[in-house]
Design a protein around this ligand. Structure first.
Ligand code: ATR
Length: 298
């Protein structure tokens, strides 16, 4: 955020329901402050029935960049003027760029996952398993196909859902119980289910004896950062990628789209996420710990 807001300050925002725990405002504002940009990023809680007027507001108020989070990533699409072709195929928009009143929808979620993976491994020619068959699976699945993974296999609690998505992607599918036998020949394993967060914090869908060296494991869950799956993967000698890396890289791509700055201040943005992600979520801690964290943030 700029140190002196004025009528000329460019506004960016996140819309979602809820948005209060989003780390995006802190991440983007830290980047603006570091570069001295006259930008400010805020959060707007938007009810599902208010998506159309919210998008109209983005246009009429000249909000330059908008991040879109759950549950609005598909609902915003009909109200935009242009959609990036891959965002269209994914069927989800997490980023809106407003250029003189023309709103274009993008999807930076898939790029976030791909860039997080590419910090540690190449993707072309690799065998990949995705756990889940929801919206996150979908965005990452399209990204993996785009980057020429050799095989992509969706394993899900409800295999019919995996089958439907696999057909669209040109991927394989199966039930979670196929995991042990499939893992042997797998290079990259990605959890795109919510298992590992909040009430399943000590849980992993992957029996740890099947994790192995030579496997790269990414968990889309980012609070806590060291999920049970990633702890088990570390113990097995696998290559581990924290979920907040996805959040970082999708935000870095957004930062460039919103500001036109090609070299986003990645390290500054990373610090914000690391600090917030490496400690327990607000909903999981008592009031005294919350107060201590708030004081250490000043
Ligand atoms: P999003 O769209 O945000 O990625 P979602 O649509 O809620 O999330 O999808 C979550 C995925 O995680 C689903 O594939 C879901 O499995 P089902 O298709 O069987 O519902 C999976 N999932 C959620 N909770 C799970 C659990 N406790 N065990 C196994 N899979 C789970």
């Amino acid at each position: 955020m700029s140190s002196s807001l004025s009528a000329k300050t460019t506004i960016c925002a996140i819309i979602g329901n809820p948005v209060e725990y989003s780390l995006s405002p802190a991440m983007h504002n830290a980047g603006y402050a570091h570069l001295g940009l006259d930008y400010c990023y805020v959060g707007f809680q938007v009810a599902p029935t208010d998506v159309a007027p919210a998008v109209a507001g983005i246009r009429s108020l000249g909000i330059r960049g908008t991040s879109v989070t759950v549950p609005h990533k598909t609902a915003v699409i009909p109200y935009l003027d242009e959609i990036d072709p891959l965002a269209q195929r994914i069927g989800a928009v997490n980023t809106i760029v407003n250029t003189n009143g023309i709103l274009k929808g993008h999807n930076t979620d898939w790029q976030g996952a791909i860039l997080a993976l590419e910090e540690k491994t190449s993707i072309a020619g690799k065998n990949v398993i995705l756990l889940g068959a929801g919206g996150t699976t979908r965005a990452i699945g399209f990204g993996l196909i785009e980057k020429k993974a050799k095989t992509v296999t969706l394993l899900n609690r409800t295999p019919e859902k995996a089958q439907q998505l696999a057909t669209e992607l040109g991927a394989h599918y199966g039930h979670l119980t196929d995991l042990p036998k499939s893992l042997k020949n797998t290079d990259i394993l990605i959890n795109t289910t919510p298992v590992g967060m909040q009430d399943t914090i000590n849980t992993s869908l992957v029996p740890k004896e099947h994790l192995h060296q030579g496997l790269t494991v990414l968990d889309a869950v980012y609070v806590p950062a060291r999920t049970q799956l990633l702890q088990d993967a570390e113990s097995a000698g696998a290559n581990v990628i924290y979920g907040y890396r996805m959040l970082l890289w999708q935000g870095v791509v957004q930062f460039t789209l919103f500001t036109g700055v090609n070299q986003a201040p990645t390290e500054v943005m990373e610090k914000v996420l690391e600090k917030n992600s490496m400690r327990p979520h607000n909903s999981l801690i008592d009031d005294t710990t919350k107060k201590n964290y708030a004081e250490s943030d000043r």
